[in-house]
Ligand binder design. Sequence first.
Ligand SMILES: Nc1ncnc2c1ncn2[C@@H]1O[C@H](COP(=O)(O)OP(=O)(O)OP(=O)(O)O)[C@@H](O)[C@H]1O
Ligand SMILES: [Mg+2]
Length: 779
Amino acid sequence: MSNYPDIYSSILEGLNDKQLEAVTAPDGPVLVLAGPGSGKTRVLTHRIAFLLSQGVSPFNILAVTFTNKAAREMRERIERLVGGAFGSYEARNITMGTFHSICSRVLRRDGGAIGISPNFVIYDDDDQIRLIKQALNEIGLDEKQYAPRSIQARISSAKSALLDPEDYSSQGVSSYFDEIAARVYRRYQQLLEINQAVDFDDLLMKVVLLWKSYPDILQQYRDRWQYVLVDEYQDTNRAQYMLINLLTQEHRNIFVVGDEDQGIYSWRAADIRNILNFERDYPEAKVILLEQNYRSYQEILDVASHIISSNRLRRPKKLWTNKSGGALVRVREAYDEQDEASYIAREISRLTSLGEYTYSDFAVMYRTNSQSRPVEEAFSRYRIPYQIIGGTRFYERREVKDVLAYLRLIHNPHDAASLRRIIENTPSGRGIGKGTMKTLEDLASRAHISLWDAIEIALGIKSLEEVGAFLPNLEIPKLQSKAKESLKQLVGLIYELREQRDILTLPHLIDTLLIKSGYASFLSSGAEEDLERLENARDLISIAQDYAAIDTSEALVEFLQEVALQSDVDTMQNNGNQVTLITLHAAKGLEYKVVFIIGFEEGLLPHARSMDRESDIEEECRLAYVGVTRAMEKLYISYAFHRNVFGATQTNVPSRFLANIPPDLLDGSLPSLGRRGPGRLTSTTSPRTPSGSTYPGGARNYSGQSYRPFPSNSNFVSSSNLERIIQEYKPGDRVRHPKFGEGVVLKVEIQGEDAEVEVRFAAGSTKKLLASMARLQKI
Ligand SMILES: Nc1ncnc2c1ncn2[C@@H]1O[C@H](COP(=O)(O)OP(=O)(O)OP(=O)(O)O)[C@@H](O)[C@H]1O
Ligand SMILES: [Mg+2]
């Protein structure tokens, strides 16, 4: 470091030798391969600051992150690192964001060359499904027989592999279903074009197409982005790989960081082989391995290493840290998901009341979104503030989508998804019936024009020639006068709002559209629900304040793009003092002082869907590994004996991923059964593991009990559970049953391994219930 003048000290200070080597590497390709928490993201951030300090213009730097939030944080960090020396305006001019947001900008600017309107709208998942249904319909196929979701998945993977409909028909088809998908893909793509829309995968694929077809345009981008940096490189797909490759082939200033063990997006066509290809494509690459972990205590790392060690398709890697003396990783068997959630709530209350932690230090992680519900309920009972990442997002709320549909239509009237949404939903039908819509859609379909054009033609505002559909034999449908009137009003409204766009700021425009469209009065019944919806709709106005200072056409583009490309994690707040509830997938790259991973069970982690293929199981293992390595100080892993899945009670066994962990690394019971090999968690007895304690509130820590294998018979209750039941109910207790309501316990009787509880319900009936099955709640 002494070779560098003082001015660089903030950039280089505190880096270890390997990190320093990466940050200060000379121009040319660099690959940083390293495990979680070893400072890859930090190195990438400091590398950018270092480039700036070397006189590289921020305009010449492109940095790709996995979420927009990560990009924002990286930019702020760089500003802080270089701020004093170079002025904070520097970092603002770096191009930084996700692949999708960067590609969206490229297409907006240069997509015209390959026939993409600069006003294109971005279709989300919902829009895509609607369009696929429309395509199926038009081809005469039944959407019940050919699930639109499965077709969407095929189209998406075709696009990620850079196969257009023709390529896919000729190369990607291996079954009858593929053939159907290929036909739908073709029509779907045409419909996107007519709607002047692109889907997420198009954003990437179209830029590859653009750059491949127009070397002069590619050259402009090569000249512009002379330094390209990519975080989380293991999760790039074929299209992303091509984008980076096209950009950097010439100048070869490519700096990527990644970890093969953390590849968790192969279901979105990510390909870990891109890391291997890197060394093939850039044989002169400098490869740097980082080994020291700065995030977690050794106790956590040891557990992580044992979990990932069962994967065969990997190079062994050592993780070490000089942070030792932390707590052992806690493993706990819960009775069911409620018990699991209550335990977490109590533990968080306990730790915060000791003053050691605040709520924002905690995260609860899970495999599937639906697992968050019991945790939310427990947190409400314990008054623990939380934020949930994913779930129903603000932008997915009906009223928000309705207002966005108006905005999208103002931006681009050819977007039929938005037009249909407005006609069908808000405010109630707009007086345009199904018959009229069918007539208009038929016209659009036959003439290969947008729905908007079809409406204008039917109203006599435009002729077929004017919209570029010269079909002399096409009969223009006659509409009923009432429908005509309603359509005229709608078209007039959109024209009027488009005029307003040129006059008003974006927040004003939204305000105006709420009033003129009748949407505000539609929601003004005064009912609680309507008030809330109106409030949400109006929240868009305050969000749009960020764009009030720029020209409204441009603001609208930026605003819609931000909304369309927002990921779950982007909505996460850093400022509130609240616990984070997040899926394992979304937790990538993040860190928390205390992490709870719930549902460490066969069927959830690994997920039932991934049981068939070894490569899928390995991906689930990496997912578990990603989760475990998010923890800095304390880690809790839990699995439940019973779990309610879509209304049915399942009896699950602990995850096979626990099987490779030596018991002395854990505090709590270890399901040693699984150690006989993956997938063979059959019943047998297992050694008793010491530890365990009682928790406030009188609930037991099952980890203090010997591990009991659970036969699939769900009446079975382990002795620990039996103890709990007996402790839990006594005559006179007031209880609540989900179906029978409130009642009083009259009698508790042991029945083999279970207990029978007799309850008199307030409604009058007396019932005998098996304690293990009844889902009684004490009140
Ligand atoms: N040299 C260092 N000195 C002190 N702290 C460091 C150092 N390097 C990294 N850290 C800290 O260690 C933590 C992990 O770093 P970072 O997030 O960059 O790791 P990563 O390799 O990107 O992890 P992941 O694979 O999970 O994305 C961060 O809190 C970071 O600030
Ligand atoms: Mg990282």
